[in-house]
Design a binder for this molecule. Sequence first.
Ligand code: EPU
Length: 334
Amino acid sequence: MVRDFKLAASAGDRDSLIEEIASRVRVKAEHGRSFAQLTSLRVGGAIDWVLSPSSEEQAANVVFELDNAGIPWRPLGSGSNVLADDADHHYVVVSLKELKGEAIFESNCVSVSAGFSLPRLCVEAARNGLAGIEGLGGIPGTVGGALWMNAGAYGQEIGIVTEIVRVAREGRVVEVPGSEVTWNYRHTSFRDGELLLGATLRLQPGDPEAIKQRMIEAKTKRLETQPHSARSAGCFFKNPPGNAKGTGRIIDEMGMKGTRKGGAVISPVHANFIVTEGEDAKAVDALALAEEIRDRVRREQGIELEYEVEIWRAEPAGTEAITVQKDLEGSQKP
Ligand code: EPU
């Protein structure tokens, strides 16, 4: 857990501390990046520091050191499920993008690190004649993000096939059996401040050609029904529980496709996607549009939509801890 950071004297002191930790643990440290560069929505403010560990041990070590120094941090994979606000974010982003290595296949299992691309994993699993994740092949995220939120599509979910999750605890890589994790619809029992490092999945053997074919069908369906070359964070809201209609259909039937606020637009292809356009698009546009959707759906349908994307709010420097991976959830998304 992150400790109170109130006593850190100045941003300069904090910068030196972060640089010192990065050099001791030997992780790449970058200053001056922004969420507009690191998320698929291409909006969001400046980030103080981005630290990029390249091994699971290094990642466990760096967050342990940050916690001990009372420096708040948040993990980020490919940024495909995050909307960060436009303000300056005064915490460390621990990027998992360089924590990818190779997928290691053994019998019916595959072991991968958190930064490994989910689509690539699905392709490699199909090549190795392993089924169970071919429906997830079009989800443009990392394995870590997929585990965190139990990513799913076309009747499959990553949690169903997860045998072991590797988690950072007290500076070490700890194995947690998948059976000890609660895997719900786009939500898991992983706790705030817990860094997921990788996983071993147990898949089912099958004919590589048939698996590949199912993967192509899922991708084709996705391409037909969802925007693909647009800047989005996937489905913006969860589907409401117990409602026969999904959120996309509900918003569509209210005639909201194409509604625009500044550089944010409700996708004309799938109404549960908010896409951003142009150089001047801002997170505040996307947030305002999302709230307009929620208001109308609440008023006209009596349904309280829950965010599926994670909304990352900037916190003032030097205030309380923010190792929040699940920023929303009830408020919670990648
Ligand atoms: N529909 C409309 N208008 C729209 C969008 C959808 O009428 O603008 C209709 C479709 O025609 C279809 C029904 O609504 O009859 C369901 O649509 P779709 O098959 O696209 O599924 P969904 O419930 O909207 C969910 C997941 C997607 C996942 C697909 C396929 C959520 C919130 N969404 O979408 O996941 O790719 O099923 O399995 O659970 C994501 O996680 O980011 C995501 C996009």
